[in-house]
Design a protein around this ligand. Structure first.
Ligand code: ADP
Length: 360
């Protein structure tokens, strides 16, 4: 509790210390504070936040209440309501994609759960209220349609491909266009052309996040994407065995070589919890990815246990429901929270210039 008089001026001064998660800038300057009222010792405001930071809304609301209670001369009763603050998304790159953040999901090798993690991340961000697109760039084995249970063929409108909507998540995959089980052979230039065309010709609308599932191992697609768009960075999915960690280390080196920021590592199939006795088994050892992430100076985004239900969900095309499963849901939701916090922290360090000229 601070000393002094409780005035609107003082409240605005404290509010000015609070930053918008999307831009890393002061919420007063950006006109994200509305309905400021001071009656007796009751302070109430409405805080406008963008859908980009929807996964952090509750946390930001609590933090602002805490800040005001700590810094205003007390005793004081604080109430913060939330509202959506609109901030347009600028088109980026030569493909003209309107997305605030593009995240690629990669791995050193196949079968580690990269597509699974890409799908649940996109579903969770979208459930939280962000505008999300999910793009399958795993052109050699597009598994997203299967994992998410979408089998429709995309339609064309005004010469642009309309993504398939799964609830409010926009999904586009080569798998929608190629019959299941058919092999596609890509040569380098064709691959770059297909990646460009898919981004340019898909009608994504305005997105907060575009999640891109990369093919395992190779850097071609990552390199193409990084030339086309400013990427927020890469999430590297790995499993805990020593050999798998070597592959993940190579994937991180590959991203760094093509100047893609590594947002963090996810350890999938990290341990097994016995459904009969509830005990934890670290089949492949424990803490390997976390240690490797620290050695490589990469954030560790979290772990997901090996779980039969998660595999069944993937096979059945109901993967988004795993976010509510007791065995895997809390881990998957935690990873998303940590990912968004990591992106927001990086924006705070290097804030992007807001696209609206709101400074008077
Ligand atoms: P990748 O994209 O790395 O090739 P997938 O996401 O396609 O891997 O996953 C490979 C297989 O492993 C799928 O059958 C999927 O359902 C399963 N799987 C992924 N993560 C888990 C997990 N944590 N527990 C159990 N099965 C999993």
């Amino acid at each position: 509790m601070a000393e002094g008089q409780l005035t609107e001026e003082k409240i605005k001064q404290v509010l000015g210390e609070f930053t918008d998660p999307e831009t890393g800038r002061d919420i007063v300057q950006l006109e994200q504070v509305h309905n400021l009222k001071l009656e007796d010792r009751k302070v109430s405001i409405t805080l406008g936040l963008t859908t980009f930071s929807a996964p952090l809304w509750k946390q930001k609301q609590a933090e602002l209440v805490e800040l005001l209670e700590a810094k205003l001369p007390g005793p004081v009763e604080v109430s913060v309501e939330l509202a959506v603050h609109e901030r347009p998304t600028e088109k980026m790159g030569e493909v003209g994609l309107a997305a605030k953040s593009v995240i690629v999901v990669g791995s050193g090798k196949g079968g580690v759960g990269k597509s699974t993690i890409a799908v649940v991340m996109a579903c969770e961000l979208s459930r939280d209220g962000s505008k999300v697109g999910l793009r399958d760039a795993d052109v050699y084995g597009p598994s997203i349609p299967h994992l998410i249970g979408a089998t429709e063929r995309p339609t064309m409108q005004n010469e642009r491909i309309q993504p398939i909507m799964v609830d409010s998540l926009a999904v586009m995959s080569m798998g929608f266009l190629v019959p299941a089980g058919e092999a596609i052979i890509w040569r380098g230039p064709m691959l770059h052309g297909a990646i460009t065309q898919f981004l340019r010709d898909t009608d994504w609308g305005e997105l907060d996040y575009l999640i891109v599932d990369l093919p395992p191992g190779t850097g071609d697609v990552a390199l193409s994407l990084s030339q086309l768009l400013p990427l927020s960075g890469a999430v590297v999915v790995c499993t805990p065995q020593d050999v798998a960690l070597l592959d993940a280390t190579k994937a991180i080196a590959m991203f760094r070589k093509v100047n893609i920021n590594v947002l963090g590592m996810v350890e999938n199939m990290s341990h097994f919890v016995c459904t009969d006795c509830g005990s934890r088994h670290d089949i492949f050892g424990s803490g390997g990815a976390k240690r490797r992430a620290a050695e490589l100076d990469v954030p560790f985004l979290g772990e997901v246990p090996i779980n039969t239900q998660l595999r069944i969900r993937g096979d059945e095309g109901t993967l988004r429901d795993s976010l509510d499963d007791d065995a895997s849901g809390p881990y998957l939701r935690d990873i998303c929270q940590t990912l968004v916090k990591t992106i927001v922290a990086q924006r705070r360090d290097e804030p992007p210039v807001p696209s609206l000229s709101v400074l008077k």
